[in-house]
Design a protein around this ligand. Sequence first.
Ligand code: AMP
Length: 146
Amino acid sequence: MTPYNTILLAVDFSADASLIAARARALAHASEATLHLVHVVETVPIDVAGEFLGSPQSDLHEEMMATARERLRTYTHSEQLGHAQQHVAAGYTKQAILEHAEAIGADLIVVGSHGRHGLALLLGSTANAVLHGAPCDVLAVRLNNP
Ligand code: AMP
């Protein structure tokens, strides 16, 4: 198998995030690949009337981003992901994961797959969306929690 060079792990801090981290860690180790982590702070900038507000600029948003960066630092440390590059993005999860994968030239994206919603029964919603838009290989790690 051709080794991967740049692996992107999408982290949502769920109970299963350790299992996904273990897979990504093992693959990065086996391929001697650079490991990148991305967490997306899902933002839907609309007001109470449902009007689009443009880029989220509020203090609350900044606070959420700072909290997410801190959680990602802690996760990287506790999951022994070594020198993985950490990135916190804001926006729609699927789109932000794909944009970051493209930005870093990822050749593998690792996501968890819960397989819980409708059409996405086999893959889970984010895994399904990422798989369909990805410019590279995608590993959907099967998770136990429904
Ligand atoms: P879900 O579609 O919510 O079942 O999530 C499946 C997988 O998508 C998770 O195990 C993560 O790998 C990834 N994912 C979900 N939400 C996020 C997020 N906010 N940031 C980064 N990755 C995410």
